[in-house]
Design a protein around this ligand. Structure first.
Ligand SMILES: [Zn+2]
Length: 227
């Protein structure tokens, strides 16, 4: 049985964040970050979805479940060599199955009166030749990053996922959430370290949103895994 489900995710930055904004050009910056219409940094839906799926696939494999191997469609369910659809495809979809859940991007939780410009900084980076492992002088570039935050609190982003999942599918999705520790590019440069948390989960039952017990949904699936 599937019920309508709503999940609120919260990402707190542990280091500056760089998610390349493909639509933006900034004078003197080679790699600008993604911004929303108000000029505030945000985490695009595809970034959060991509990371969640990767961690869900890894977790399922570790726990002894069959999982297909995206992105090649011919290696994804239902063509992955076992019956039906794996749990990752049931939650996030495959080329032959609609996704169980959709999500938006994560937006700044409390932009307040902070000027969006104060949230970004530029740094200079050096291109590394991957084959030779050496720095290349001509590949010096400037990279824009979102500041991690001030003091002990990291900058926090929030966003929703909504869809129809079984309790089992929801449990696996929620178990993957805290495994996401990096978002965006330049991980090797120390950027993009985050804590991803589930802030709220609710089922639509009997005509209203009813809060779900996140811990119990996760334990239910982790305790019954074959591995
Ligand atoms: Zn699959």
């Amino acid at each position: 049985m599937t019920d309508r489900l709503r999940i609120v995710l919260e990402a707190e930055l542990r280091s500056p964040l760089h998610i390349l904004g493909p639509g933006r050009t900034v004078a003197l910056v080679d790699r600008p970050v993604e911004l929303d219409a108000q000029g505030y940094p945000f985490i695009p839906a595809s970034t959060i979805r991509g990371r969640l799926r990767v961690h869900l696939e890894r977790l399922l494999r570790q726990m002894g479940y069959p999982v297909c191997t995206p992105p090649a469609p011919e290696q994804m369910c239902p063509h992955a060599g076992y019956d039906g659809y794996c749990l990752a495809c049931r939650v996030f979809g495959s080329p032959w199955r609609p996704s169980g859940i959709v999500n938006g991007g994560l937006r700044l939780a409390a932009p307040g009166s902070t000027s969006p410009d104060l949230l970004r900084s530029e740094r200079t980076s050096v291109g590394i030749n991957r084959r030779l492992g050496t720095a290349q002088a001509e590949r010096l570039f400037s990279l824009e990053a979102v500041a991690a935050g001030s003091g002990n609190t990291g900058l926090t982003f929030e966003g929703e996922m909504v869809g129809r999942l079984t309790a089992e599918e929801a449990g696996w999705l929620l178990a993957a959430v805290p495994l996401v520790a990096h978002l965006g590019g330049s991980k090797a440069r120390g950027l993009g370290e985050v804590s991803l948390r589930t802030k709220e989960v609710a089922w639509w039952r009997e005509g209203r949103w009813q809060p779900a017990d996140v811990q119990r949904l996760m334990e239910e699936v982790l305790d019954h895994a074959p591995a």
